[in-house]
Design a protein. Structure first.
Length: 108
């Protein structure tokens, strides 16, 4: 399994950027997202930015990674605060499955 790490663009030179996460800087391939301004957030997988994300999504993803690291160390974790975006919402089916479910309900 590959986990995407939220990183902030420090500076970008064409399709290569220096990005930062948790005080560590890394060179990131920006081929899939294009050149971005400093301060933008990206989700990085194996040294390549896969998508541009909002600062809020970056924070939520970082909190989830923090929770996973804590659980792996056997520490007590406040899941309500670290997964706040999930705790306050009901799971949603993807749109293509919602359509099938609605059709099944109509036809009994």
């Amino acid at each position: 399994m590959c986990i995407g790490i939220p990183m902030k663009v420090v500076h970008c030179d064409g399709l290569v950027a220096v990005c930062e996460s948790e005080g560590q800087q890394q060179q990131v391939d920006m081929s899939l997202v294009g050149a971005l301004d400093s301060g933008s957030w990206v989700l990085v997988f194996l040294g390549a930015a896969r998508e541009q994300i909002t600062e809020q999504r970056a924070r939520e993803t970082a909190d989830a990674i923090t929770a996973l690291r804590s659980v792996m160390r056997g520490e007590t974790v406040d899941m309500d605060s670290l997964f706040a975006d999930l705790m306050q919402s009901e799971p949603q089916l993807p749109e293509h499955l919602q359509i099938k479910t609605e059709e099944q309900e109509k036809h009994g």
